[in-house]
Design a protein around this ligand. Structure first.
Ligand code: IPE
Ligand code: IPE
Ligand code: MG
Length: 247
């Protein structure tokens, strides 16, 4: 639990706050493609290319964790051609980008289930994680076959399996059983593509996240839009259930 201990006797000048952890629901690939008369997969392909830009923009701004929602536990219900295409794109992206992410000191962490991924893809994910595990730069969490409800149920199962006593289960302990055990809660959640919903993303971790929505489709997201999201975040007053601090 986060306890606010700011002392009222030290009125520090207000610094523009930078989110330590930005999580993004990368939505709108299909519509981007449809608008151009292209197959949906073309949108996913361009979507993958945007990821590099996002890291290049957020890293220098002081963001330490970036979580990208790439494939949900519900996305398996799409036509199998699209699902297979997305799997192939992830595999390709891992093969192409793991080395350069490593050179940029990025730590790559997968959030989600691995048992439904093909052995090749599983190995690609494991390799990216192994290679970058000691990197000290930005942490890139890739939520792939990720669902917030699934994550909570997995945590509950492990807690029971390990015989953890009910008395010691608190918020801090529970958080350590989630896929995000290594990350602070997201400060800012951005959703592209115009929908105003959470779609099973970081249900536990987003308890006090700030939201930013934009109609911009994910493949069109640029640095300027990300800057707008950061600016909007800088203007938010986070209260965590307390009363507003005096200016
Ligand atoms: C987001 O884009 C990517 C995934 C969910 C895999 P969509 O594929 O959902 O694009 P729209 O929402 O149909 O435009
Ligand atoms: C959310 O997008 C999941 C990802 C971006 C990976 P969806 O397109 O699956 O969400 P819904 O179906 O519009 O809620
Ligand atoms: Mg969508």
């Amino acid at each position: 639990m986060q306890v606010r201990t700011d002392s009222a006797s030290s009125p520090a000048p207000r610094k523009p706050q930078v989110p330590r952890h930005v999580a993004i629901i990368m939505d709108g690939n299909g519509r981007w493609a449809r608008k151009r008369g292209l197959p949906r997969l073309a949108g996913h392909k361009v979507g993958v290319e945007r990821i590099q830009k996002v890291l290049e923009t957020l890293g220098p701004r002081g963001v330490e964790y970036v979580t990208l929602f790439a494939f949900s536990t519900e996305n398996w219900n799409r036509p199998s051609e699209e699902v297979q295409g997305i799997m192939a794109l992830l595999h390709e992206a891992l093969e192409r980008q793991t080395k350069s992410l490593h050179e940029k000191n990025v730590r790559v962490v997968h959030l989600g289930k691995v048992d439904r991924l093909s052995p090749d893809l599983r190995e690609g994910v494991a390799h990216a994680q192994r290679l970058t595990i000691h990197n000290t730069g930005i942490t890139l969490n890739v939520a792939f076959d990720y669902g917030g409800r699934d994550e909570i149920l997995e945590a509950v199962r492990r807690i029971i399996r390990e015989g953890v006593l009910p008395e010691v289960v608190d918020e801090a302990l529970f958080s350590r059983y989630l896929y995000t055990a290594h990350s602070p809660d997201p400060d800012l959640i951005i959703r592209t593509g115009g929908e105003l919903r959470i779609s099973n993303f970081l249900l536990w971790q987003s308890a006090y996240s700030e939201y930013y929505h934009t109609p911009t489709l994910w493949p069109d997201l640029d640095a300027a839009e990300l800057e707008r999201a950061l600016e909007a975040f800088g203007r938010r007053q986070r209260r965590f259930g307390t009363v507003a601090k005096e200016e």
